[in-house]
Design a protein around this ligand. Sequence first.
Ligand code: AMP
Ligand code: MG
Length: 277
Amino acid sequence: MDYREELMIKPGSKVKLADIDPGFHGRHESHEKAMPELGETLAEITGLQELLYAEKKHALLIVLQGIDAAGKDGVCWHVIRAMNPQGTAVTGFKQPSHEELAHDFLWRIHKKVPGLGQVGVFNRSHYEDVLVVRVHKLVPKHVWEMRYAAINAFEEGLTKAGVTIVKFFLYISKEEQLARFKKRLDDPARRWKISESDYSERELWDDYVAAYEAMLSNCSTKQARWYVLPSNHKWFRNLAASKIILETMRAMDLKAPAPSVDIDAIREKYHKAEEEG
Ligand code: AMP
Ligand code: MG
């Protein structure tokens, strides 16, 4: 089964998150049973990324969005690590600086888009400008409302320039989020991850749901689709993300470039003696 088909948001459809089960884990029964498949999938991603790096004809941009504790960092750790750091950059987008706020919202984003041969991962992204910004009314409605179209045009332009875009919305339930916060509180090694604002943001859950639904409904386009990853089970989230990345990379038809030198001539000149000896 291809999770691209199953978890993708059809362009033009109206998304209701209540219709999606964040505890879904497909045909996979358990973490243990899914492990070998995750390993194989990551190994194939490693090989394809090497081709992408060598060929330098395509770029891959992976966008991660999700509420606090949904697992954006987890996907970086468990999935993106299959890629060679030489050709991969992860960018976390925080609250914009004064300089960034003085520019249009895509300015800081565009600078971090991967170049040909590179993979870029956005841990949060330009979508924050229609999420946190909308929920907290950081700009007037008519400003954030225009951003959906601006984002679609931006992403279409990137696609035409050779960037393949994959967007993951990590979806957990409200109960699962609270359980994860509690685990962080209880674990001295992970306490640093928790902040008071995590709890205050939680009170705005319904507003976030409305903003996520608008993002998914307005911005899943033919050239840059959104996928909703049911993420209550971390192992399924990792498996689904890796499988979708793999399918996407396979479809890019990556090929190692032809050698820039005459292989036979080089062999003859430098290796003949050793082969004869
Ligand atoms: P974290 O990813 O947990 O390190 O937190 C980053 C914080 O920056 C989150 O609270 C985001 O909502 C916030 N953030 C990211 N982008 C923007 C933006 N464009 N405007 C306002 N806040 C943002
Ligand atoms: Mg956080």
